[in-house]
Design a protein around this ligand. Structure first.
Ligand code: BG6
Length: 462
């Protein structure tokens, strides 16, 4: 490690909301991975108001790791030895004095706010008052805001004590190996880039399907809905990775600059660009209002007003209780300008990026069927196929934040551009249509894609 790197490397990790769900499901497994794979060896302080002590936090961490990862005994013991715990009210300066003591002489702590956004202001101000914000970094969770205005208000709160380059807005999709693989495939091969525009691309489909419902997250989900939960963030980030211009220059912001440019060129959605659905049975989930009009399925048609992408429709659908759990991108190419062989059946060719649960990159083409006739059939060439990555996205992201590398995080202008796209629909959503669990959502989504369809449904994982 060079001096510059060690000067920018965080020297302690603090996670607020240590007794909560996110810590249980994501943060403990990520911390274990960092200790095991990257030799992280620094104070890790959990903070919460639960009346707990360190032993209870360790028991919680143990339970989390048993459920989510295979922890080898050495890494497990190492992590347990690094853990500290501070219990207290976020409104009480004593909590932050205790945190300061637990941090010892740490000069560049990374503070992870795994807490509701309504508490961000209090915690950030208290960190600053305790002298714990200078040279520190802040990691915040999605959803970042509830709409464009509230995201801007959160930005203002955070910026009071943390400059933009010290803020790391998590979107775990960006930490996913296959999402990075889209960028790699595009820019590591010269042959794709000439095809990546309106001249060759006819339409794009992105599907994020889940077989399960909202499970025990009824109250959260009913205040959120599919558009805010996964489209405004995860799906639009996939769009940005898939469609941005090649990054230029050496600046470490190069890639985020291109994503921002792409998303700023997207046209805000209108009422005709969206279909909202709700699975039958959703209203009886605990925490959901009995007359809820919140969508558990959404399909949108997105347009990018740039020279490269003008006129190329992008169809995105995401939903719960669908027939498979899989996320895929399909870039559909145009038919040849003239039909030489008298065939008019589609498809003519595509690129397919499978994001989850397994990972693949494939290219679809037509090849000649053996025989006298000049007739062919579609085939798909798999360029890369692999099982899901072992490194959980949170491990990659937390590691990057510790190093101060913001490339895989939402930047203020990017998150704002994402909200800008969905803003008109959030303000004035069309009604939901009920769909049967196990179906592909409301039939209206077929009308939305129309002649650019049909929707290509991802195959289940084998
Ligand atoms: C989360 C959403 O951000 O992403 C969930 O809140 C969704 O509703 C999840 O299920 C999907 O992510 P992954 O990585 O599990 O496919």
């Amino acid at each position: 490690m060079t001096d510059t790197q060690s000067n920018t490397l965080a020297d302690a990790i603090v996670f607020f909301g240590a007794t909560g769900d996110l810590a249980y499901k994501q943060i403990f497994p990520a911390l274990l991975g960092l200790v095991r794979d990257e030799g992280v060896n620094l104070p890790i302080v959990g903070v919460a108001k639960a009346g707990w002590g360190l032993d209870q936090l360790k028991a919680r961490a143990k339970d989390s790791l048993e459920h989510h990862v295979k922890a080898d005994p050495a890494s497990f013991d190492k992590l347990m030895g690094l853990l500290r715990y501070v219990d207290g009210d976020y409104n009480d300066p004593k909590t932050f004095a205790a945190l300061k003591a637990a941090l010892g002489g740490a000069k560049r702590p990374l503070h992870y706010l795994a807490i509701p956004p309504s508490l961000f202001g209090v915690v950030v101000a208290a960190l600053a008052a305790a002298g714990l914000s200078k040279d520190a970094r802040l990691v915040v969770e999605k959803p970042f805001g509830h709409d464009r205005q509230s995201a801007a208000a959160l930005d203002a709160i955070l910026h009071e004590h943390f400059p933009e380059e010290s803020i790391f807005r998590i979107d775990h999709y960006l930490g996913k190996e296959p999402v990075q693989s889209i960028v790699y495939t595009r820019f590591a091969n010269a042959i794709f880039e000439p095809l990546w525009n309106r001249q060759y691309v006819r339409s794009i489909q992105i599907t994020m399907a889940e077989t399960f419902g909202v499970q025990d997250r009824g109250a959260f989900y009913d205040a959120t809905g599919a558009l805010r939960d996964v489209v405004q963030n995860h799906m639009l980030q996939v769009v940005a990775n898939l469609m941005m211009d090649p990054p230029t220059g050496e600046d470490h912001e190069a890639s985020r600059d291109q994503k921002a440019a792409l998303l700023k060129a997207a046209r805000p959605l209108g009422p005709k660009d969206i279909v909202r659905g709700q699975y039958r049975g959703y209203r009886s989930v605990p925490g959901v209002k009995p007359d809820s009009g919140v969508e558990t399925f959404v399909a949108i048609k997105l347009t990018i007003d740039s020279w490269r992408w003008a006129g190329v429709p992008i169809y995105i659908r995401a939903g719960k209780c669908l027939p498979v759990t899989a996320a895929e991108v399909l870039v559909d190419f145009h038919a040849p300008p003239r039909e030489v062989f008298g065939e008019d059946d589609r498809p003519y060719g595509h690129m397919r990026f499978r994001i989850s649960p397994d990972v693949s990159v494939a290219m679809g083409l037509r090849v000649k069927r053996p025989g006298e006739k000049m007739a062919g059939e579609p085939v798909e060439l798999t360029l890369n196929e692999q099982a899901a990555s072992d490194m959980p996205p949170y491990q990659r992201l937390l590691g990057d934040a510790m190093r101060g590398d913001g490339e895989l995080f939402g930047r203020e202008d990017i998150v704002d551009a994402q909200w800008r796209i969905v803003e008109p629909i959030l303000a004035n959503p069309p009604p939901v249509t009920i769909y049967e669990p196990g179906s592909w959502g409301p039939e209206d989504s077929d009308a939305l894609i129309g002649a650019d369809g049909p929707w290509r449904n991802p195959e289940p994982s084998v």
